[in-house]
Design a protein around this ligand. Structure first.
Ligand code: GLY
Length: 348
């Protein structure tokens, strides 16, 4: 079995394994990390329909006692009710501190599974098995876990690193085109913020999925190792996200995360030259269009500005935005919120 390994040194150190078909080796990968234990597989209805039977077979064949908990697919499942229900399920199954959670799905499952693992008995081990490109390159790595509450997305969560991330890239073959493309926005983001070579390879479609996932995860690893708890350089990963979150919110989440990030990256690239940085907006827009993204903002500058006022990254009168210095090199810039409002009027 061939796979790539990216090692993360954080408050818990772990490997990220990337390769086609590696799910079949899951039992062997987890045994040295988890020992003999019981496993609770958290997954969603879409993943369960396609691969729920397969993963249970692999775990049982490897000698594990494993049970499964399925939540409805979709962001609405990342909620307090499902968190409590899953914690109750673990308690009902009499899971102990030596047992573990397997989060098998996209970002919703990964975030909910990670948060549950961090809370149950004050912390049990967990393994991330991302099934979407977006989860593979972003949410499954770095230990951010969360649920949404009525006041906003990801407002309740923890930093809690997994024991292993095992990314079987063959599972992405069955993703709907739009869901796969969501992940492509994050991949382009990594190229823009820190890796021109990666960015340049993304002009060749389709890209080499395993190599690109490994590269993105390597970039995220380097950032997380410098700033696990998100007090500085980790903010670079938010390129396109400040404006993107505003667009997601304004659309009542009708615009997907990847689409919103693509639009947000273009807005940031247009703001950059107004802050004395170089202008890569046309170059970036051309690449995003090749991937089929609609890069029109869809909202007025005033609407975006008002949505930004409740952004987590706002501190008093300033807000932190990530702007490109050039392709492959972005920086964090603190701007007075009102000044950002004026800049938005000029670019939207
Ligand atoms: N998704 C951004 C981060 O993990 O910091």
């Amino acid at each position: 079995m061939q796979y790539r390994t990216v090692h993360v040194e954080a408050s818990r150190s772990y490997d990220i394994l990337i390769g086609r078909g590696i799910l079949a080796g899951l039992g062997d990968f987890i045994r040295p990390l988890l020992g003999e234990c019981r496993l609770a597989v958290l997954t969603d209805s879409n993943v369960d329909a396609l691969y729920g039977g397969t993963i249970m077979e692999y775990l049982h064949a490897a000698g594990y006692s494993a049970c499964k908990y399925v939540i409805p697919a979709g962001e609405a499942s990342k909620c307090a009710a499902n968190l409590l229900a899953f914690l109750n399920f673990l308690a009902g199954e009499q899971f102990t501190r030596s047992d573990a959670v397997i989060a098998f799905g996209g970002g919703v499952v990964g975030d909910l599974g990670g948060l549950s693992a961090s809370l149950y008995l004050r912390g049990v081990k967990y393994v991330q098995l991302p099934t979407t490109l977006l989860a593979a390159v972003d949410s499954s790595v770095g230990g951010k876990t969360a649920i949404d509450i009525p006041a906003g997305k990801n407002l309740v969560g923890s930093f809690y690193q997994p024991s292993l991330v095992c990314c079987d890239t063959a599972l992405m073959d069955t993703l709907p085109k739009e869901i796969y493309r969501d992940g492509c926005a994050e991949v382009i983001k990594y190229g823009m913020i820190l890796d021109k070579e990666l960015y340049d390879t993304l002009h060749t479609l389709p890209f080499d999925r395993d190599a690109v996932v490994a590269r993105c995860v390597g970039i995220k690893r380097d950032v997380v190792q410098q700033d696990e708890f998100d007090n500085g350089v980790r903010g670079l990963l938010n390129f396109g996200h400040t404006f993107g979150h505003a667009i997601e919110k304004l659309s009542d989440f009708g615009v997907s995360h990847g689409e919103a990030v693509a639009k947000g990256m273009v807005i940031a690239a247009k703001v950059a030259p107004l802050c004395g940085l170089c202008d890569v907006a046309d170059e970036l827009s051309a690449l995003l269009l090749r991937y089929g993204f609609d890069i029109t903002c869809g909202y007025s500058a005033g609407e975006i500005y008002n949505a930004l006022l409740s952004d987590k990254k706002r501190r008093g009168g300033t807000i932190s935005v990530v702007l490109p210095r050039t392709v492959g090199d972005c920086c964090l810039v603190q701007l007075p919120v009102e000044e950002l409002g004026c800049l938005l009027e000029k670019v939207i």
